[in-house]
Design a protein around this ligand. Sequence first.
Ligand SMILES: Cc1cc2nc3c(=O)[nH]c(=O)nc-3n(C[C@H](O)[C@H](O)[C@H](O)COP(=O)(O)OP(=O)(O)OC[C@H]3O[C@@H](n4cnc5c(N)ncnc54)[C@H](O)[C@@H]3O)c2cc1C
Length: 395
Amino acid sequence: MRSYDVVVVGAGPAGSAVARRARALGLTVAILDKAVFPRHKLCGALLSGRGQKAMKAVFGLEADSEHFLYSKEVAFKWDGEKLAEFTAPYELTYTYRIELDHRLLNEAIAAGAEDFQGVRVTEIDEKAGRLTLDTGDVLGFGVLIGADGAASPVARHLFGRAFDPDKIGFAFEAEVPDPCADQALMSIDFRIVDWGYGWNFPKKDTRTIGLGSIKSLDQDLMGKMKRYLELEGVADPDAVKIKGAHIPLGDYTKVPGRGNVLLAGDAAGLVDGITGEGLAYAMESGAEAAEAAAAALKAGKPANALGLYQKRIKYIHAELDKANKLRHFEYSKTFSGMFKEKLASSTTMRQSFFDLLAGEKTYADIEKRMSKQVLATIGGKMTGWPSRLAEKLRG
Ligand SMILES: Cc1cc2nc3c(=O)[nH]c(=O)nc-3n(C[C@H](O)[C@H](O)[C@H](O)COP(=O)(O)OP(=O)(O)OC[C@H]3O[C@@H](n4cnc5c(N)ncnc54)[C@H](O)[C@@H]3O)c2cc1C
């Protein structure tokens, strides 16, 4: 049996961040994935300023123009109607996950993480500190980190399920051949679905067009996706390959692990319920999980890893809580007219949105800019979930 300080299941941005940071801290690391990289991952792959900062801090990589398209040009839409077109205060960067994830994993491997691709975990014995792979290999671990995505097998091992089916999000996406240059227009449609949005992102070879929402609202997302493609100028939506995937949308796992087993990134539900951004949180939480593992192992108490990790990611949970609360302003019918009006004309709201994506401001800062009346309405009776779902959740 080969033994490591840290074994990471999943080699997406969260898993590679765990491995890269754990190596920087001098730990021995194995990283494994069921896929062989380069592999596809459904994603808009807008890497926000916050994501760029995380990538630089963890991997030392910049969002360079060889791998990213840059644009500040933005349109806000409302069920197909263009409300505003403007130049954002910051560059947004767009890439392809097949490329990004491979580069991040290669950084972790170059730093000394031992690499197991094309393998699955068949058994986890956390007390004994070992897991078995479908190849028959047995790996020993001090701390195990599940960075294995929204359907996380490690979360299923811990809690019997990876997510709450009432609260999980679902998104469809298509790559439409249409090579774009820097400063090509991106658009977001805030009313193409209920409790979600649509995006049309420029990429070097394609436009990535997609939409996502809370799955249990059951609003014929595929039908809406085809309509959205038509509205975005795709003549025959049936001729385009549409793929779907789960995305956590605000329902993060309050206790992300057990003892010496931690969850990071989508496996812990760490996606912003307003922006749908998960890449920054994946890399941030991956690095924090590695830090917690290192401290617990150094103290000779691997089972303390979870407690240390929870303290380290409190700031992420606080952000996601605020996003859930504030998303009522974006999605709830109560504010629909006011929100539409602000999208069309409020430079303050635009600035807030892009400050947030740039990682220059937090939701706590945004909240300070919001009207007291809106905040009182949200605080008074809204749960962070659509009213239909809130009633069901209350039982
Ligand atoms: C349609 C869509 C659009 C999105 N757009 C954006 C966006 O524009 N910007 C943004 O910031 N975020 C976006 N997100 C969210 C973002 O994709 C995720 O938050 C991000 O991928 C999380 O990274 P991760 O490393 O936690 O998980 P993943 O990237 O999902 O990586 C998990 C890894 O675990 C592996 N794995 C799974 N099961 C096993 C197993 N049994 N054994 C071994 N390995 C396993 C998988 O192969 C995968 O490589 C989007 C999500 C979706 C679905």
